[in-house]
Ligand binder design. Structure first.
Ligand SMILES: [Zn+2]
Length: 213
């Protein structure tokens, strides 16, 4: 089995089509509750100071492949997680912790998808993901509106974490915020912990926040 570091080992990069390019696909069933990605020390966390050192070509590439975290820094994954595409019905989401979890059972051959509405995107984009609930336009403002829905899915998925295989167990450390044996904290830290919002001249973050249920 080929492993791509801190992304689930039962995944591979596949060319999807010429328009979208590459995507991350499951090579075996991945059950709901599986931790599919964890932040590790090789992932680049780039703040403003560091980004200012890049020339325009490098900066453009970094912006394309990175996401903005709750502190306004860019996370550039060194593993193929950076190729994960958007779906308005994403099967992988991140609670307010530096990891991602399968929120549904993912079938062998199915594409793993994130919701870019949770990535503090700087500009809206048109979506034709094909999901029944496709929003057509994915925008920065989706975050607060959809957070309760994402939190609810994560609440159910993380309750299963203890009962499914966790091949990324080795990479989990205290900083990822799990309690013992894949037990997630209750209440689960809300996705809103990743919220970064630029207001006027300055920037403020809404996180960290906690889910209530
Ligand atoms: Zn869509």
């Amino acid at each position: 089995m080929e492993s791509d570091a801190m992304l689930h080992p039962d995944t591979e990069l596949r060319k999807r089509d010429d328009q979208i390019g590459y995507g991350v696909f499951a090579t075996a069933p991945i059950p709901m509750g599986t931790i599919t990605w964890v932040l590790d020390p090789l992932d680049q966390i780039l703040d403003e100071t560091r980004l200012r050192l890049f020339d325009s070509v490098l900066l453009e590439t970094v912006i394309k492949y990175s996401i903005v975290n709750g502190r306004g820094e860019r996370i550039l994954c060194w593993d193929m997680n950076r190729f994960m595409n958007h779906s308005c019905e994403a099967n992988v989401l991140s609670p307010g912790m530096p990891l991602e979890v399968a929120v549904r059972d993912i079938a062998d051959g199915e594409e793993l998808t994130n919701d870019y509405g949770a990535f503090n995107i700087e500009s809206d984009f048109r979506c034709s993901c094909g999901a029944g609930s496709c929003r057509r336009i994915v925008s920065n403002d989706d975050f607060e509106r959809l957070a309760p829905f994402w939190d609810e899915q994560l609440h159910h998925a993380t309750a299963r974490a203890h009962w499914v295989p966790q091949p990324l167990a080795h990479w989990l450390h205290e900083e990822h915020g799990l309690l013992d044996r894949f037990r997630f904290p209750d209440p689960l830290p809300s996705v809103l912990a990743h919220r970064w919002r630029v207001v006027g001249n300055g920037a403020t973050s809404a996180g960290p926040a906690r889910m209530r249920h």
